[in-house]
Every structure is written in structure tokens, then in C-alpha cells.
Design a binder for this molecule. Structure first.
Ligand code: 5GP
Length: 191
């Protein structure tokens, strides 16, 4: 998606050869116009897939996911990050190791919001090693829901997340695919 790529070049900061900071428009401050365009683009890509729910992971997935859900005319569901297992309550949980923080948490989904009647589109801000997206996939499967695909704003194509998700049988649509990062360097995959 050209608009997103341009914005990454304008405001993104490569902190190292593996971390891109996009706090200006996505992770700290949010540009609603850009997020709406991103949402419309995801909705256009997945419009024929019979999606009934858009699922995302708190907190940076929420803005793009809500615009995607609005454009598709379906609800958006947020997977919550808990530090420990919740032993009571009707929830599904799965453990995730965070790429950026190196810590782990329980990704949590209430049984009330996704069921075996659903066909889900998973949206997240970044794809690195695919830990978060695979966790979202596991929760959908616990709920018995179908997965229509996975929509990512920024894929770091030099990490193995895309391969993991594709090998597991899921469609991955990434709006901006980064081939290489380095201090002051951001290179996209030729598409
Ligand atoms: P994964 O689970 O695919 O290994 O990592 C994806 C998650 O880690 C995303 O949800 C995102 O929050 C975070 N993440 C991974 N790489 C980056 C990065 O380069 N920049 C930022 N801002 N977040 C990242």
C-alpha cells in the first residue's frame, strides 16, 4: 500500500537492523486518516471472504482493526494481554513471547465474542516472528472459528513470521513489506 510505505519512509525510524519505530502515526500517536485508509484497503482485499469478525491484539492493532471492521460492517474484537492465567471466567488463553519486550504474557479471548459460527480476519500492526499472530490463530481455533486470513500493516520480511503463517495454511496480506533495516535505512521488498 503506497500511502503506508510513503509514511514509513517519512516518519519511521529504524532503531537497529531489526526494530522499526513508528510512534508518530501508529504505536503512540495515531493518524486516524491513515488508519482509515489502511482499514479500507484491508476491507477491499478481504471483501469476498465472508468475514463476520475482525480480531486484533491490544493495543496498537486496535486503530487499524476498528476501521477495517467498520469498512466490512462487522464487529471488532480485542485480544487482551494478561500477565498471568485467569483461572475463572469463560476465556481462552494462550502464551505469547513478545518480540520487542522479550517478556511473555497470556493472550486472552472471552468465549462470548467469537464462536464456531465466525469467520475471522486477524489484523496486527507488525509481523516479526509471527508469535502474536500464531497466538491469535490458536485462540480462534479454540473457539472453533474459521480464519479468513491475516492482515498486517508492516511485515519485516527478513524475519520468519510470514513463512510460519503460510506454512500453517493461512493467507497473509501485508500492506508494507520491509526487506532490510539498518540505522537510518528502510528498504522495501520489490513487489
Ligand atoms: P511477532 O509476534 O510477529 O514476533 O512480533 C509482532 C509483535 O511485536 C507486534 O504485535 C508488535 O507489537 C511487535 N513488534 C515486532 N517488531 C516490531 C518493530 O520493529 N517495531 C514495533 N513498533 N513493534 C514491533
Amino acid at each position: 500500500m503506497e500511502l503506508l510505505r510513503q509514511r514509513i519512509l517519512q516518519d519511521g525510524k529504524a532503531l537497529s537492523d531489526s526494530i522499526l519505530k513508528v510512534d508518530v502515526f501508529l504505536n503512540h500517536q495515531v493518524d486516524p486518516d491513515l488508519m482509515q485508509s489502511v482499514g479500507i484497503d484491508f476491507a477491499e482485499h478481504f471483501k469476498d471472504q465472508g468475514i463476520t469478525r475482525v480480531l486484533t491484539i491490544e493495543s496498537s492493532g486496535i486503530a487499524p482493526a476498528v476501521y477495517t471492521a467498520q469498512a466490512l460492517g462487522v464487529p471488532m474484537v480485542i485480544l487482551k494481554k494478561q500477565t498471568s492465567k485467569i483461572l475463572n471466567g469463560k476465556v481462552y488463553q494462550t502464551n505469547i513471547t513478545s518480540f520487542t519486550k522479550g517478556t511473555s504474557y497470556e493472550l486472552t479471548l472471552s468465549m462470548d465474542y467469537i464462536s464456531s459460527d465466525d469467520r475471522v480476519l486477524i489484523i496486527d500492526d507488525f509481523l516479526a516472528n509471527g508469535e502474536a499472530a500464531m497466538g491469535a490463530v490458536r485462540l480462534c481455533r479454540m473457539a472453533g472459528a474459521d480464519i479468513a486470513g491475516i492482515g498486517i500493516l508492516i511485515e519485516k520480511s527478513f524475519q520468519n513470521g510470514r513463512k510460519r503463517l503460510i506454512d500453517a495454511g493461512y493467507e497473509v496480506y501485508s500492506q508494507a513489506r520491509i526487506a532490510k533495516l539498518g540505522e537510518g535505512l528502510i528498504e522495501f521488498v520489490d513487489e
